[in-house]
Design a protein around this ligand. Structure first.
Ligand code: ADP
Ligand code: MG
Length: 173
């Protein structure tokens, strides 16, 4: 299977994710990781550092949570274990995390070459799983997934930076 990840701009703004971008203000960072268990922690750490560097401190916590849920799904679907022989590791065990901003919005885009797509669940009260995408839904302005080339996809979410405005004063109270 020939599956190459997209560049970050394509991952963040490709078909299915309409976005008018202000090219003067674009910043981006990406990391490609093996979908092993510790990759979720690396992805969270990367997100914290990059989102701070973007100057979007108000979004750090939510971005970290959204990345965590999307990446954890990839790790689960990839199914790598310490018993997987290294010769069996393929592009299906890789994912690319892109963080992109064009001004007020942060776009999180995660590429993988695994079969299947994210499907929002309706977990019962006792269910122990099925809430990850509900959290993504709650924390992001919009999110979705889109195919990329023939064999892969991008799961994306948009978060808006609302935390950097100065606190309102009481002059108008
Ligand atoms: N990157 C992905 N590739 C394939 N399937 C996915 C991916 N992300 C999510 N899914 C599917 O969407 C379902 C719902 O995800 P989620 O709401 O996080 O619940 P949970 O991870 O607890 O099952 C997953 O069980 C999985 O079937
Ligand atoms: Mg999940």
């Amino acid at each position: 299977m020939n599956a190459e990840p997209p560049d970050c701009l394509t991952a963040a703004t490709g078909p299915g994710r309409h976005r008018a971008t202000d090219t003067r203000r674009q910043m981006q960072a990406d990391v490609t990781l093996l979908a092993f268990q510790h990759a979720a922690d690396l992805a969270r750490q990367f997100t914290r550092d990059v989102v701070r560097q973007f100057g979007m401190v108000g979004l750090v916590r939510d971005a970290e949570l959204v990345v965590s849920e999307i990446v954890t799904n990839v790790i689960k679907a990839a199914g790598l274990t310490t018993a997987t022989p290294s010769e069996n590791i393929t592009v299906r065990h890789m994912f690319k995390l892109c963080l992109f901003t064009d001004d007020d919005s942060l776009i999180i885009a995660v590429w993988d070459a695994l079969p299947g797509y994210p499907v929002r669940q309706t977990p019962g009260l006792d269910a122990e799983a099925g809430r990850g995408l509900l959290l993504v839904d709650a924390l992001s302005d919009e999110w979705g997934s889109a195919p990329y080339n023939n064999h892969s996809k991008v799961v994306w979410a948009v978060l808006s930076d609302v935390g950097t405005d100065p606190a309102p004063t009481c002059q108008d109270c």
